[in-house]
Design a protein around this ligand. Structure first.
Ligand SMILES: Cc1cc2nc3c(=O)[nH]c(=O)nc-3n(C[C@H](O)[C@H](O)[C@H](O)COP(=O)(O)OP(=O)(O)OC[C@H]3O[C@@H](n4cnc5c(N)ncnc54)[C@H](O)[C@@H]3O)c2cc1C
Length: 307
């Protein structure tokens, strides 16, 4: 959940002139390149290969969300199929992460479910899995329902869960029996206080309770998705007692030194690698998490980097 300042950043970045400033200026695109592997699948593959070579697993996210047209939802599905084929051919240690609104959720939920099923089948053929991102709370219930049905059918899916949501403990009761990989994150969207904790201390405490639960359950693969060292240290303390698999997960470009430290110490780490031309909404969430990033951008923009 963004801080008060982060919420201000989100509101600002929704304005058209600010969007243009980021997307049409050299400093804006340079900032995006810190968090996004590139605009093409080739660029994403090159980054994924480099990360694999350093010992990290990868989750590839072809950026896009909230499609407004069925044909765009099908294009997104096909882009992911091409990505899975490349992962299989190259033998990468990589899966894909998808947003169901990119596959049509909210527009045509059946289409989104069919496309996710197609991706799960192809991922199985490529020897890998599909992670489902969690988006705004208005999509949580439908996302869980689609995930639960398809995980029961294919068995190679995973789902993100957000510790800031008050409903998450109840969702975990439902989800832990389904196997799969459950990616625990804090939550990146602006949500109302009746649905989500707004105080960082409450979000962190909820995160720790969920992490403790996940690390103690057999049959699911906990994915601890955070750059917060207090949360990571808790899981490190729990890890020796866990016999089955788990992994840490971090975002491409965020705390790279911490990523190297985890890898250097032999911890399993997966890096979430976004790519594609629809990077603006993703970038705004990264800016809202750390408003200092905006200051770097403004300084560069004022230095005259507009192109
Ligand atoms: C692999 C992965 C997948 C995710 N998937 C989802 C999802 O499906 N749905 C969803 O709602 N959210 C998702 N998120 C985002 C998540 O919910 C948080 O918004 C984000 O990870 C920041 O929270 P944090 O746990 O790192 O803790 P924070 O307390 O926000 O950050 C801890 C420290 O990390 C550093 N840091 C954090 N973010 C940044 C940044 N953008 N730039 C620079 N430094 C930073 C800062 O130093 C900060 O002090 C995902 C995160 C990860 C790592």
């Amino acid at each position: 959940m963004p801080s008060l300042l982060g919420r201000g950043v989100l509101a600002l970045t929704e304005r058209a002139p600010v969007r243009r400033l980021f997307t049409e200026s050299r400093p804006g695109r340079a900032l995006a390149r810190r968090f996004v592997a590139g605009e093409t699948l080739d660029e994403a593959m090159a980054v994924a290969e480099g990360l694999n070579a350093r010992g990290a697993r990868v989750s590839l996210d072809h950026l896009g969300e909230h499609v407004t047209d069925r044909s765009l939802a099908l294009v997104a599905r096909d882009d992911y199929l091409a990505c899975l084929d490349r992962v299989g051919t190259a033998g990468l240690r990589a899966n894909i992460s998808v947003k169901l609104t990119q596959l049509g959720l909210g527009l045509d939920d059946d289409l989104a479910a069919e496309s996710l099923a197609t991706l799960a089948r192809r991922a199985g053929e490529a020897g890998t899995s599909v992670s489902v991102d969690m988006e705004e709370s208005r999509h949580t219930e439908a996302t869980i329902e689609i995930y639960a049905a398809l995980q029961a059918e294919f068995g190679n899916l995973g789902l993100a869960i957000q510790s800031y949501l008050r409903r998450t403990p109840t969702d975990l009761d439902r989800l832990t029996g389904l196997g799969g990989h459950l990616r625990l994150c804090k939550g990146a969207y602006q949500e109302p206080p009746d649905l989500a904790f707004t105080r960082k201390a409450d979000v962190d405490a909820a995160y720790d309770r969920a992490a403790q639960l996940l690390m103690g359950v057999e049959g699911v693969m906990p994915a601890i998705a955070t750059h917060d060292t207090d949360r990571i240290d808790l899981v490190k303390r729990l890890a020796p007692h866990r016999t089955a698999y788990y992994e840490f997960q971090m975002l491409y470009g965020v705390r790279p030194t911490l990523q190297d430290e985890l890898l250097g110490s032999g911890y399993p780490l997966r890096i979430y690698v976004p790519y594609g031309s629809a990077w603006y909404p993703y970038l705004t969430r990264r800016l809202a998490e750390r408003p200092a990033n905006v200051a770097f951008f403004l300084r560069a923009a004022l230095d005259g980097g507009r192109s």
